[in-house]
Design a protein around this ligand. Structure first.
Ligand code: CP
Length: 294
């Protein structure tokens, strides 16, 4: 299967093979390796993005693909055209694959049934963000050698997070121990059977401490009462970070709400891998795009 809709249904072997291929691409010194010169890819973003959108484009251009960028705000979606009609329109023009980011959940699986070209999920609602979790795994693997046996804490707005879900499925498949930490208003009850919710002090005792962005744009009124209170109770403050294990790393998918879920001084601290995560997104997306098209 060349599409990538999520990691929940991807085998450990497939995940490992993408990570291995990303490592191959990362080791390539030439910036442009035109193996996809005659292939056309549309990046279809129905929700805003900086990292995912540009690292996909960087990955595609490094592989020599022809790139079409679609942004909903500048399209006929503004006139009421549906996601389905938009994707079918681009497909009818001859694209070979589509990268797609969507606000609603459940739409992507339906779309994939009706569209013949492979689709790559660039984030759908709070369901999955598979390439983010792949780059997170890749970052951890580079740091620790292997994922099996690691303890990874995912802290913050679990309820609204596709990053938490994709990481949960993949980390467990590869043998990591996952712990969650969140205020009650940001817990996803249905995930509790897959990973325990622990206190912030317990969560800090991990090999990788993954902070999540408080996703204000997805909140119903009043979930975040006070940013200062959130920081005091659930944020990675300088004081809390000092209690992390000496070998442990800080992660965050970004964008970051500085001084809310993580203190600004920690974003580029020596044990932070936040910018390396973004860098690793390029070889990961090269591997995923290549998988879709070759
Ligand atoms: N981490 C992430 O998905 O960032 P963007 O929303 O900027 O793509």
């Amino acid at each position: 299967d060349r599409q990538l809709l999520g990691l929940k249904d991807l085998s450990a072997a497939e995940i490992e093979s993408i990570l291995k291929r990303a490592s191959y691409w990362e080791a390539h010194e030439e910036k442009r390796i035109p193996v996809l010169e005659h292939r056309f890819i549309a990046n279809m973003f129905f929700e805003n993005s900086t990292r995912t959108r540009f690292s996909f484009e960087m990955a595609q251009k490094r592989l020599g693909a022809q790139v079409l960028n679609f942004a909903a705000a500048a399209s006929s979606v503004e006139k009421g055209e549906s996601i389905y009609d938009t994707v079918r329109t681009l497909e009818s023009m001859g694209i070979d694959a589509g990268v797609i980011r969507l606000k609603p959940i459940g739409v992507l699986d339906e779309l994939a049934k009706h569209v013949k070209v492979p689709l790559i999920n660039a984030g759908d609602g709070n369901n999955e963000h598979p390439t983010q979790a792949l780059l997170d795994l890749y970052t951890m693997k580079k740091q620790f050698g292997e994922i099996r046996g690691l303890t990874v804490s995912i802290i913050g707005d679990i309820k609204h997070s596709r990053v938490a879900r994709s990481n949960l499925w993949a980390l467990k498949k590869l043998g990591a121990n996952v712990k969650f930490c969140a205020p009650d208003s940001m817990k996803a009850a249905e995930l509790g059977e897959h990973a325990p919710y622990v206190t912030i002090d317990e969560a800090i005792e991990a090999d990788a401490v993954m902070m999540l962005r408080v996703q204000l744009e997805r909140h119903a009124e009043g979930i975040l009462k006070s940013a200062d209170e959130y920081r005091a109770q659930y944020g990675l403050t300088v004081q809390r970070a000092a209690k992390m294990k000496p070998h442990a790393i800080i992660m965050h998918p970004a964008p970051v709400n500085r001084d809310v879920e993580i203190d600004s001084e920690l974003v580029e601290a020596p044990n932070s891998r936040i910018f390396p995560q973004m860098q690793n997104g390029v070889p990961i997306r090269m591997a995923v795009v290549e998988r879709a098209l070759r």
